[in-house]
Design a binder for this molecule. Sequence first.
Ligand SMILES: Nc1ncnc2c1ncn2[C@@H]1O[C@H](COP(=O)(O)OP(=O)(O)OP(=O)(O)O)[C@@H](O)[C@H]1O
Length: 274
Amino acid sequence: MSEDPGAPALIELDQARVLRGGRPALDRVSLCLPQGRHTAILGPNGCGKSTFIQLITRQLYPMAHLDGRPAVKILGQWRWNVATLRSRLGIVTGAMHDDLLGLPGLGVLDVVLGAFEARLAPPDGDPPPAAWLEQARAALERVDADHLADREYATLSTGEARRVLLARALANAPMALLLDEPAAGLDVVARARLLRILRRLAREGVTLVLVTHHAEELIPEIGHVVLLQGGRVLADGPRHEVLVPELLSRAYGAPLRFEDGASPRFVPEEAVDA
Ligand SMILES: Nc1ncnc2c1ncn2[C@@H]1O[C@H](COP(=O)(O)OP(=O)(O)OP(=O)(O)O)[C@@H](O)[C@H]1O
């Protein structure tokens, strides 16, 4: 999938400001993420990444502009029914995992089916429509998790649970995936497996918006990076222009460079010189 200049932007922020604890966690952030472009929102702890996700998923709201123009537009719209919005964006966050763990006995297939009604799990009662079942199973297959369909979600390993969350995010044919540190907490093998799946999805045309501070999640398909620092956009551009020592060192407050390749990583300069 490539960018379509005629399509409304996936996510558009216009001087968006979000206050938390009385202080701006996002401070006049303007950015435009087109559909079809794989983007990483990157930055150190506390730079506003979680706030960005919660702003997009309507858990937090921006301050209103005096002239009434919207600070946030998603797919060209600023008014959204929250349930509809969350089904158009496939969302994978640690908070969602925690919420699902709080529902003992919940089966994997039900977790994925929950996507169709934008709720954690489908209600008891009528069996789900056959089309939903088919889409849910197809989504599990896409992330190599079809064999987990009959398991209880709470019994899955972290890597398995992450793939099930990805299936849930994919099940309802979203316009994009919004991923919050998707490989966090995974062991080296589970991480490699998940990143392989993300690469495959990106190549198949699923737009990825990745919010992270982990360099290894910057798969090669991510061609665009927005670097945040202290709630502001420090840089917004092609990967090779943003992931340069000068900008990274400013964002993270210490000398740092990015080593690209099969296993991308950040390298503190002191460690190199030692
Ligand atoms: N509930 C809250 N009350 C007050 N301040 C908050 C709250 N949540 C976040 N903040 C502040 O908002 C700023 C941005 O936080 P946010 O969690 O968005 O950063 P982050 O980039 O996601 O950090 P991390 O990588 O550590 O998760 C930080 O200064 C943080 O201390």
